[in-house]
Design a binder for this molecule. Structure first.
Ligand SMILES: *Cc1c(COP(=O)(O)O)cnc(C)c1O
Length: 340
């Protein structure tokens, strides 16, 4: 294992030795290889650069107590990558090719998979971009699929800590737009609202449903969930939300392991006071407890501004326990990589 201060890692780019790259041309994927070159040499006409024809994924590899490595629900990332590619008229990566690329990347960079017990993980970034000589608004003539990785730290050092969020006046996606797929354009649109929220000392902003602005949709680049006073797990359902794999995992764990009623449904701003706990969820942060939400000049506190609520904590422990291999997960959630 390489010598890194695992406990103090953040979430920032670190160049690891190897990445996977494959090129698509004339209807097929060719030339897949592992390379040490972390730069891409592409045409200035590449549609990814001009018209945002690109999509990505984010998943993690987890080091277990016995030194093996877990991948979590990777098949779901592979499927979502296809959904994103299809929406932007890019060629699909077959599920086996996606999984094989991720496995090779983890395997070649195994020394960078953080040790068990540090809370750190190996973050894996698959990326698909439209490239080649082009200038009209058309699908690209060629594509690059690449997968790279870097070690990232536990999001919350020293335990889960609630932070505050502010409801944005901006939308991140249109009602029937690209909100449900993992494409860079949604993120470009979120930079300014995110910056404005942060300049006012909030962690990030909360996006409402773009059609009526009456319901919560996303929390920055994470999904929202709330725990009601009568112990229900509720998370918004909408065609402009990115279907978070973490969110679907929590829905299932809330129902099957915590015995709660767990539902996808509308989360109206006017009903926020029915929640005793709230959180944001996604692969990067796992769960980020929400202390309070600023809505115009009203500030709604959930469980506490300083302490994580008990249900949020249990869900976090169950999910991370499964990811790091300490707790048996539901069937099909874990793919194990055996390393010597
Ligand atoms: C990736 C992402 C999420 C989280 O999805 P996970 O599968 O849980 O990582 C949530 N919202 C947006 C906008 C995202 O891009």
């Amino acid at each position: 294992m390489v010598n890194i201060d695992w406990k103090n890692l953040g979430f920032s780019y670190i160049k690891t030795p190897y990445r996977y790259i494959a090129r698509w041309k004339d209807g097929e994927w060719l030339d897949s290889e592992m390379t040490e070159d972390n730069t891409l040499h592409i045409s200035e006409g590449s549609p990814a650069l001009h018209y945002g024809q690109q999509c990505f994924e984010g998943l993690k590899a987890y080091r277990c107590k016995d030194n093996t490595i877990n991948l979590f629900r990777i098949g779901d990332n592979a499927k979502r990558f296809q959904t994103s590619a299809q929406r932007l008229m890019m060629p699909l990566i077959p599920e086996e090719m996606f999984i094989d690329a991720v496995k090779q990347v983890v395997d070649c960079n195994e020394a960078y998979v953080p040790p068990y017990g540090t809370g750190a993980t190996l973050y894996i970034r698959p990326l698909l971009i439209g490239v080649g000589d082009s200038i009209g608004v058309n699908p690209a003539p060629e594509y690059i699929f690449t997968v790279f990785c870097m070690p990232v730290g536990a999001y919350f050092k020293g335990g889960l800590k609630p932070t505050n969020f502010i409801v944005s006046d901006y939308d991140r996606a249109a009602p029937e737009g690209t909100g449900a797929v993992k494409v860079g354009g949604n993120y470009a649109a979120s930079l300014l609202p995110g910056k404005e929220a942060k300049s006012r000392k909030f962690s990030d902003c909360i996006y409402l449903d773009p059609a009526t602005h009456t319901k919560i949709e996303e929390v920055g680049a994470a999904n929202f969930f709330g725990i009601t006073k009568d112990n229900k797990f509720i998370t918004p359902k909408s065609p402009s939300i990115l279907p978070s794999i973490t969110k679907y995992s929590l829905l299932e764990l809330a129902k099957d392991r915590l015995g709660m009623e767990a539902i996808e449904g509308d989360v109206y701003l006017k009903d926020l006071d029915k929640f005793t706990e709230a959180g944001a969820c996604g692969t990067a942060a796992v769960i980020s407890p929400i202390g309070g939400i600023q809505l115009k000049d009203k500030f709604q506190v959930f469980y506490s501004e300083t302490e994580v609520g008990p249900v949020t904590k249990r869900l976090y422990d169950e999910l991370t326990g499964i990811q790091f291999g300490d707790i048996e997960g539901p069937e099909g959630w874990i793919m194990k990589l055996i390393v010597e």
